[in-house]
Write a protein that binds this ligand. Sequence first.
Ligand code: AMP
Ligand code: ZN
Length: 135
Amino acid sequence: MSECIFCKIVKGELKAYKIYENNECIAFLDINPINPGHTLVVPKKHVENILEADNDTISAVFTAVREVSKLLINKLGASGINIIHNAGRAANQEIMHFHVHVIPRYDPEDIGLVDWWRRNIKKLNLEEIYRRIIS
Ligand code: AMP
Ligand code: ZN
């Protein structure tokens, strides 16, 4: 799986704004966020998606999802979180390494339905958001 970009991020071969890590998972800012703090939680072990993952991996990923959610609420002032997982190409999975989208919400009106799938709507400064989360 040497060409998998999320494996490269796990190994530190590709830069990412990593905001959380435990033994099994890392979490980093999505490069093309739909809201400030949009984060991806990924297992360190390469597995395609939730359908292929074993129960321990699923448990570790969703435990990390909750920790990351709390971090985003505390550091960015989010008041809600949407959690999305795309499993399979028909479900719009583009990167075939298990990842869960953790999307902070600040207001019920801050993301329209169309924004979920049309990425790159908001031009956000990842560096600035990263510093707010890790400070
Ligand atoms: P999905 O459609 O669920 O497979 O989503 C893949 C996500 O990975 C998209 O939201 C991309 O913006 C994000 N992404 C792709 N490459 C990178 C990268 N190098 N660093 C961070 N996020 C990435
Ligand atoms: Zn991978």
